[in-house]
Design a protein around this ligand. Structure first.
Ligand code: NDP
Length: 282
């Protein structure tokens, strides 16, 4: 195998300006891929490109601003990535995600539910729809969605986040069956707790971090590189018969149980609120 086995691979990584997405984009580019990263903040993307250490190979990182919940913006991002790569894409990583929806199910806000579902599930669908179309045109490729352990392991009080990630898992299985005949593989990766800005409120310490750690056999917080290593494998020539899988990287946490957010959110909702008590509207 060459020193840069992804040379000639055109890739798009959504949410690639920070955290897990930046680690993935950097890893792919260091192995030779021409990677376009998208996000909403041009400043964040520019800083990511300027700060990334890609080694001395042929790979490159390019920024393009795009909100993954906006179909026209996703189309434009795919076009930009194709232009940078000089042809159709061979890898698309739908990584952009997060949550504005936390709390008891009896108090879920419809706006927060919709926003979280749009970012995670619709955003992944749009990257798949337009990214896979490019990969089909190019004769094949690999799509990877960044899901979460919350998509299969129950995470109480995580609102729309777990259901949206569960939707991503099933979307990937469905698309893997549809796109296999076009040599496009589709897989989902489910991280456990990874040290990024998204979960800084947990990794900073306290009862929620303790809840994670007491349920994680390999007792540490994960790093973005733990996820990037698997995505690199799923994108590369080592995994060309692997599709339709939902793969967990969590230090073994899903052998046990999801975390309890109670220590962080009971002060907001009260113990009764957490078990679903709301004032009788009558
Ligand atoms: P970060 O918050 O560090 O990064 C998220 C990135 O996504 C940011 O660069 C952000 O940039 C971008 N983004 C957010 N919203 C949009 C949008 N609408 N359109 C385009 N880009 C967007 O989070 P992580 O790296 O931790 O998370 C990456 C993925 O991993 C997410 O899908 C998350 O759900 C998943 N995950 C994370 C875990 C963890 O413990 N960290 C655990 C399990 C799953 P900008 O704001 O500029 O748009």
């Amino acid at each position: 195998m060459t020193a840069h086995p992804l040379e000639g691979t055109g890739a798009l990584v959504t949410g690639g300006g920070s955290g897990i997405g930046l680690a993935i984009a950097t890893r792919l580019a260091a192995d030779g891929a021409t990677v376009t990263i998208c996000g909403r903040s041009a400043e964040r993307l520019d800083a990511a490109v300027a700060g990334a250490d890609l080694g001395d190979g042929p790979g490159a990182l390019h920024p393009v601003t795009a909100d993954v919940t906006d179909e026209e913006a996703v189309v434009a991002a795919v076009r930009a990535a194709e232009a940078h790569a000089g042809g159709p894409l061979a890898a698309v990583v739908a990584n952009a995600g997060g949550s504005t929806s936390i709390g008891p199910v009896t108090q879920l806000g419809v706006d927060e539910w919709a926003a979280t579902t749009a970012l995670n599930l619709t955003g992944t669908m749009l990257a798949l729809k337009h990214g896979a179309a490019s990969m089909v045109r190019g004769g094949g490729g690999s799509f990877v969605a960044i899901s979460s352990t919350a998509g299969s392991l129950v995470h109480p009080w995580f609102g729309a986040y777990g259901p949206a990630k569960a939707g991503i898992n099933q979307l990937c299985r469905q698309a893997a069956d549809e796109l296999g005949p076009s040599w496009v593989r589709v897989n989902a990766v489910c991280p456990g707790l990874i040290d990024t800005d998204l979960v800084e409120f947990i990794t900073a310490g306290g009862p929620v971090l303790e809840s994670y750690r007491e349920n994680t056999p390999i007792d540490r917080v994960g790093s973005p590189d733990d996820i990037a290593s698997l995505v690199r494998f799923l994108v590369g020539p080592e995994s060309t018969w692997l599709t339709g899988q939902v793969i967990t990287v969590d230090g073994g946490q899903s052998l046990r149980r999801g975390p309890s957010l109670a220590g962080a959110i009971e002060p907001l909702f009260g113990a009764d609120g957490l078990r679903g008590v709301v004032p009788d509207p009558a």
